[in-house]
Design a protein around this ligand. Sequence first.
Ligand code: ZN
Length: 370
Amino acid sequence: MTKEAIPNLSEFNDSALDKAFSTLEKQARDDAAALGSPEAVEAFRLEWLGRKQGRLNDVSARWLKSAPPDAKKALGQRFNALKAVVEKLLEDAADAGGSWNDTALAAEAIDITLPGTRRLTGAEHPITRTLNEITSVFAALGYSVGVGPEVETDFYNFECMNFPPGHPARDTQDTLVIANQDRRSQHDRLLLRTHTSPVQMRTMESQPPPVRIVIPGKVHRNDAQDATHSPIFHQVEGLCVDRNITFSDLKGTLDHAMKALFGSSVKTRFFPSFFPFTEPSADVQISCIFCGGKGCRKCKQSGWIELLGCGMVDPAVFAFAAEKQPAYDPKKISGFAFGMGVERIAMMKYGISEIGQLYAGDMRFSNQFA
Ligand SMILES: [Zn+2]
């Protein structure tokens, strides 16, 4: 399309005007002949008839206004004639464009009976889903969620949880330590937390009792990968501290939580156990969710599945908390703590046989939970 600016006119006699207008008319006809789409027709309209930058508007501004009075009439007649030509060209082009438009519509027609494009919306990973389910059971009991760092000090991970340096219980949690810390005291040496228990101490140090928290989180141990072990896994731990908290409260809380998670027919039973940070300590078994307690391959014919560790908070743990919050006086308060492995529960709930599948990122596996 021609883009030359409208020239200024120096002469206004008839032959000069005829020449100037016939040049414009030829341009308009050439432009109109090249129109091939509704967009081009609209561009032609703007180019010639646009109110602000149209060429005819330009002609009016440059020629009509600067013409000597005796030439205005002749110029005005030619201007109106040109305008009529452009309008006719536009009309013809729009009519021709109409049929082009129908063809374009037919070509772009969509079959609304075809299935649509499926959008992937994403879904929670089974570990995240299980973490959230466990957390929400305790949230309904008034527990809040506690979080803490995954890189911890030896003090928070072990010492304040009543694993003194050199204590044999440390050997039960094969620990990944951060390198090059020889200059630090053992108290401050950094490691990847082996359990979410450090958050118990961090919470007690930051608030006086009562405390009711669940601590969902990732933990690390130097374990070789096999069907049920992974060097990275998840725990949900809980802590309840107040006046007059007893082992009955612990039993009632966990019995309720297991029924909420696995169904109201699930039974629980408690066995003596040992953890450095609780005294007395117990392992909790639930009646087998696969056979209902009759005995099957999953429960090794026993009818029971071991799922949790728990116990009454050891007074030695409260003594560490009392260094910053004196209200944790074991003579005045008591509490219980419990912990469970999230992968184990997710694997039971969803029938997953290899823990590695949870981390492999294989979409054939992950898509089953979408
Ligand atoms: Zn069973």
